[in-house]
Design a protein around this ligand. Structure first.
Ligand code: FE2
Length: 181
């Protein structure tokens, strides 16, 4: 159906809603927070294998932040790390440091459900040009949750980390195609 140039369909709107931009900003700062939190958790794990596994999740957090950076800049949003994101990430990591590996996996598997819903809602609101980046944002929580669930099921680490490795490897495709519109 044709539409008036004055009434663009939402999916083609170049003026995303305030709520979308606010959610995008929060998601970006969420990665800043996540990088600090995950790095502290990784470095505090008692065994080298656990440190190495959790470090891959840090890499995914960093990659997700990098995926969001071009669209943040496109809307003129600041890509500076807020001091509160850094201090909150550091402080909140404290509540996970005493946990056994299995308890850590269970806590994250459960708690990531909230982030998945938040980012799915952001995906519904996003302009079509941002879809690949926001899908990546959703998928990074799914991959982290999948890792935790497989660790809980005693899956070999090469297998449990595979969704995370795959997603990190796929980021180049988002960078190559994400700014095409
Ligand atoms: Fe994250």
């Amino acid at each position: 159906m044709p539409h008036s140039p004055n009434q663009p369909t939402p999916e083609h709107s170049s003026n995303p809603s305030h709520s979308y931009l606010s959610g995008l900003f929060d998601a970006y700062q969420g990665e800043v927070y996540g990088i600090v939190m995950y790095e502290r958790i990784s470095s505090s794990r008692p065994c080298a294998e656990e440190r190495a596994k959790w470090k891959v999740l840090v890499d995914l957090e960093k990659t997700t932040k990098a995926v969001l950076t071009p669209i943040m800049k496109q809307y003129g949003l600041s890509t500076k790390s807020l001091p509160t994101s850094i201090t909150d990430g550091w402080q909140d990591a404290g509540q996970y440091l005493h946990l056994s590996w299995k308890s850590l996996m269970k806590r994250f598997s459960d708690e990531l459900n909230t982030d998945i819903i938040t980012y799915q809602n952001l995906l519904v609101q996003c302009p079509s040009g941002d879809q690949k980046a926001i899908t990546y944002l959703v998928d990074h929580e799914y991959a982290t949750k999948a890792f935790c669930d497989m660790e809980l099921a005693n899956t070999p680490s090469g297998v449990s980390l595979q969704p995370v490795y795959d997603l990190i490897a796929s980021a180049d495709q988002v960078f190559l195609t994400g700014k095409s519109e």
